[in-house]
Design a protein around this ligand. Structure first.
Ligand SMILES: [Zn+2]
Length: 344
């Protein structure tokens, strides 16, 4: 089968690899119907060393189940399924608590084991716990939004929950990538009265406004902090959604959070020293967030998509076939595409 393999920074290829197959009785095999390229895929695209092992890419997908192992009970051949970016057994203590990304037997897609979703097919470990069967029309618009439930919409929602967004509050969203934009949708959905988006890309900010952002801040660093303070009577935001993952973004988050406020960070930290510094102490800030348990949020978010209340699929602005995935990486890296969908 054909699959996307990252060799080193700037070197991503579509290659013929061993066909995905059932290895364990709890596995399922899916044919990938839709996949996409994630902002976090751009980190290795920019700095993966050349001396390490190659890596299969892709952790977001909708698939059609082609085979199931002998112990799979809930998932059936022919099911259309959402594949969250982490696999999980659905039965351990952490899964019960809705934190499937900490599952005792779980792990992440886009690794040598179990493989990546930017491919024709993929083995799904712990299929009964991992996959979420959906009964949806094959409609392209709906499919785009459903695909966001495997990562970006669930991640934006996790940022909003971690930042304690609530009715009447001021939320600030750092980052105008797909997760930041989904964070705007989530903040509005949870009732934020004011939503300030921090970003610099004109088209993305226009989409953020469509999704419910009320204010735009395009300054950076200390200037951004001053601007948000000016917009909030000098107080700062109750809720800050950090959707970038750079150290500077976290510094901005701490700078614009109001005393007693909360920061939900969901950008994969691209720095070593993940801590808040003295301001987070003296301002009694709550700092939460991490890899989003998107599996837990599908129940909540799915009806809003199926009934048209939210349209996170609008973050996709380009569709490529599998052979053109490297072009998709290039476009996202050059910021000429916001988020690229893959139709194998
Ligand atoms: Zn578990």
């Amino acid at each position: 089968m054909r699959a996307t393999i990252m060799h080193k920074a700037g070197d991503v290829r579509i290659e013929t690899v061993l066909d995905a197959a059932i290895l364990h009785p709890t596995d399922a095999l899916i044919r990938v119907v839709r996949a996409c390229i994630c902002g976090s895929d751009l980190w290795p695209y920019n700095d993966m060393p050349s001396d390490g092992p190659a890596r299969p890419m892709g952790h977001e997908a909708i698939g059609r189940v082609e085979a199931v192992g002998a112990e799979v009970r809930r998932i059936k051949i022919g099911d259309l399924v959402i594949m969250p970016f982490a696999y999980s057994d659905g039965s351990c203590m952490f899964c019960d608590e809705g934190l499937q990304t900490s599952c005792k037997h779980g792990g992440f897609f886009g690794q040598p084991d179990p493989g990546g979703a930017q491919a024709e097919a993929l083995r799904i470990p712990l299929a009964d716990g991992t996959l979420y069967p959906i009964d949806a029309p094959g409609d392209d618009t709906i499919m785009a939004s459903l695909l966001t439930l495997s990562d970006v919409m669930g991640t934006g929602h996790h940022a909003a929950l971690s930042a304690r967004v609530a009715p009447g509050k001021v939320a600030a969203v750092i980052g105008d990538g797909a997760v930041g934009l989904c964070g705007v949708i989530a903040a509005r959905r949870l009732g934020a009265e004011r939503i300030i988006i921090l970003g610099r890309h004109k088209d993305r900010l226009a989409l953020a406004r469509d999704f419910g952002a009320t204010d735009v801040v395009s300054e950076r660093g200390e200037d951004a902090v001053e601007r948000v303070k000016a917009l909030t009577k000098g107080e700062g935001a109750h809720s800050v959604l950090e959707c970038v993952g750079a150290e500077s973004a976290m510094a901005t988050a701490i700078g614009i959070a109001r005393p007693g406020g909360a920061i939900g960070r969901v950008g994969v930290p691209h720095y070593g020293n993940v801590a808040g510094g003295p301001r987070s102490f003296y301002d009694n800030l709550h700092i939460a967030g991490g890899p989003a348990p998107v599996r837990a949020y599908i129940d909540d978010l799915l009806p809003d998509i199926l009934e048209g209340r939210i349209e996170p699929g609008r973050v996709f602005d380009r569709i490529v076939g599998l052979e053109d995935v490297p072009d998709g990486y290039r476009a996202m890296n050059e910021r000429t595409a916001l988020k690229v969908m893959v139709r194998p």
